[in-house]
Unconditional design. Structure first.
Length: 319
């Protein structure tokens, strides 16, 4: 148990170190802060899930890998957004961003379920998933460019103090980014190994360990970012981080491991876990729409109740 907790802390701290320095490097190279902001928060908070899924697949513990991704996605919406909306009193969002990011999250879940129906997730599914994520990134970049152009003022830009200066990349930032990446690799390996051993000792199926223990544990970065953003009134960041993370978790978190090694699919995940993931995604949109573009406190309570019901059914009835 100590190794599990220590490795979880290592993964979270390493992800934080990697993302922070990656953003600094991107800024030094002249990459737009807007583009970095749109992608870094969701990708960065999803690195623990991605690392766990990849290491689990390579080490043969595929049930933990798939379980961690699906479980994290259910927890991200029903648990994290539920808690954040309840504590903050409500999380508002813009119609344009919600429609784009929510629709992509829903499509991503349907893509995963579609390939799960055919059995193992192989390289064919992997190519489709990775290509879908590339398209999503292109849509995000195009959207942000359009938004930037609409607020661009040439006369202000060409003032002397507005002319951008080229900055060299700080070698320390590169070193710290590499250290963060190394910490992720080592931490995820220990995390998966500890989870597998604990599951065997306690007689818990690996899928259950992945769906709940590791899924919630590796989603701590999302919980911290989403809750703090909601409390500060940065509502679009709260919902955007969760939806972006869910999309990344599936398309990259499962897509990349499947490109290296086929990912077996448990039947119960096809008929229950994946459909629940899609159900809570649809429920989120319904609650936001009925709340006049806000996930209010009552909606948050409904989401938390949904997650609790799912956990009870999955652990005590279906296992």
């Amino acid at each position: 148990m100590g190794a599990l907790a220590a490795s979880l802390m290592l993964v979270i701290k390493s992800a934080d170190l990697f993302v922070d320095n990656l953003i600094e490097i991107g800024s030094s190279l002249g990459i737009s802060h807007i583009i970095l902001g749109v992608t870094a928060s969701a990708m960065g908070t999803s690195l623990p899930e991605f690392g766990s899924a990849l290491i689990a697949s390579l080490s043969g513990s595929v049930d933990i890998g798939v379980g961690t991704v699906i479980g994290s996605n259910i927890w991200n919406i029903a648990g994290i957004l539920g808690i954040s909306a309840t504590v903050a009193g409500g999380i508002g969002t813009s119609k344009e961003g919600l429609n784009r990011d929510w629709l992509m999250t829903l499509i991503t879940g349907l893509i995963l379920l579609f390939f799960m129906l055919f059995g193992d997730i192989n390289w064919t599914a992997s190519v489709v998933m990775i290509a879908a994520y590339a398209v999503y990134l292109w849509i995000l970049i195009k959207s942000q460019r359009k938004k930037s152009e609409s607020t661009f003022k040439p006369d202000e830009y060409f003032k002397k103090d507005k002319i951008p200066k080229e900055n060299s990349v700080d070698k320390k930032k590169i070193l710290f980014a590499l250290l963060g990446l190394a910490g992720l690799i080592v931490g995820c390996r220990i995390l998966v190994y500890s989870g597998v051993e604990l599951a065997r000792i306690a007689g818990i199926p690996e899928m259950i360990m992945g769906l709940f223990t590791l899924a919630i544990g590796t989603s701590i970065p999302e919980l911290v970012v989403t809750l703090s953003s909601a409390m500060k009134g940065l509502h679009d960041l709260s919902i955007g981080t969760v939806l972006g993370s869910n999309t990344f978790n599936i398309l990259i978190g499962i897509g990349v491991p499947a490109l290296i090694l086929g990912v077996p699919v448990e039947r119960l995940s096809v008929v229950f876990d994946a459909p629940v993931m899609i159900l809570v995604t649809v429920l989120l949109m319904v609650l936001i729409r009925t709340g006049n573009m806000e996930l209010n406190r009552s909606g948050g309570i409904i989401l938390m109740g949904t997650y609790l019901s799912y956990a009870i059914i999955r652990i005590f009835i279906l296992s």
